[in-house]
Design a protein around this ligand. Sequence first.
Ligand code: SAM
Ligand code: SF4
Length: 334
Amino acid sequence: MSDAALIDPFSRPISYLRVSVTDRCDFRCTYCMAEQMTFLPKADLLTLEELDRLCSAFVRMGVQKLRVTGGEPLVRKGIVTFFEAMSRHLSSGALKELTLTTNGSQLARFAPELAALGIRRVNVSLDTLDPARFAAITRWGRLPQVLDGIAAAQAAGLRVKINAVALKGFNEDELFPLTDWCAREGHDLTWIEVMPMGDIEPSRLEQYWNLRDLRRSYEGRFTLTDLAERSGGPARYVRIEETGQKVGFITPLTHNFCESCNRVRLTCTGELYLCLGQEDRADLRAPLRASPDDGLLDAAIRAAIARKPKGHDFDYSRTAITGQVTRHMSHTGG
Ligand code: SAM
Ligand code: SF4
């Protein structure tokens, strides 16, 4: 067993693990899933104990931030047990942050327990404040349930960041309403460019709302100050001077911030994806199950990190999308 830090071939320390704990979800967002999804057989999923062992190996090798995602992480049966297990790494100081990305549907139920386990912040995906639009984009979701979840998270002391996917012809006219609502409620807000994941209609080109255009719309009304804050990912932040609020832009397509990438992604079946935009992955389930000792697992993790690619190849041009990956975001975890 070796505890040396994970450093990739481009000298980037790997300090951030995103783990998808399920591919299932109680919503069917049109840009993320088909309405009729075939989910993985339950036997293929890592058990919660296996997820614990895997994530703990990463923490031992220097991962300081763990984000739990999916699918919808809070629909995984027994998920609080997993958060409980991970919270021991918060207590020991090895993990600096334990957090999750959720659609918010189950937050009303789980927020108090999550807060008690040391979770301080939660990202909630919310693309619209219009109930009819919300039902249309999520197919199975209902807005009031999510708003109740967000309120419960706040009441439990969790800081909420809203993640909104920027969708042309869908929420363009909600740029200011959503921003104003976040300012009033005290939530940070991050806009995400729609990414070419999975084979889902309608075509990505029709949905693509360039965040440069979105920023220009903000600039027509507000004064924006660029912030130096970096998370090692593709997000860049500005402060809106008039309201004081922080707004993020996740632009893996118009910009490429791969040079500072500090993250890898683990699927619920134990595949380690080295880059969100590349197909290359390593199977960690086999070495995990082959031996109760972590020797094989550690070697497989190190071998995978040693081939982390320099960056992704996503590119939207006006007529075609290149660099598209065929898996859905719910598989790798967004
Ligand atoms: N179910 C949880 C949720 O919705 O927050 C966690 C998983 S979801 C896959 C994580 C994030 O990915 C969400 O913010 C979602 O909006 C985003 N997402 C899904 N498909 C996307 C796509 N094709 N392009 C950009 N973002 C996407
Ligand atoms: Fe579910 Fe999240 Fe995908 Fe929507 S974006 S379908 S909530 S996993």
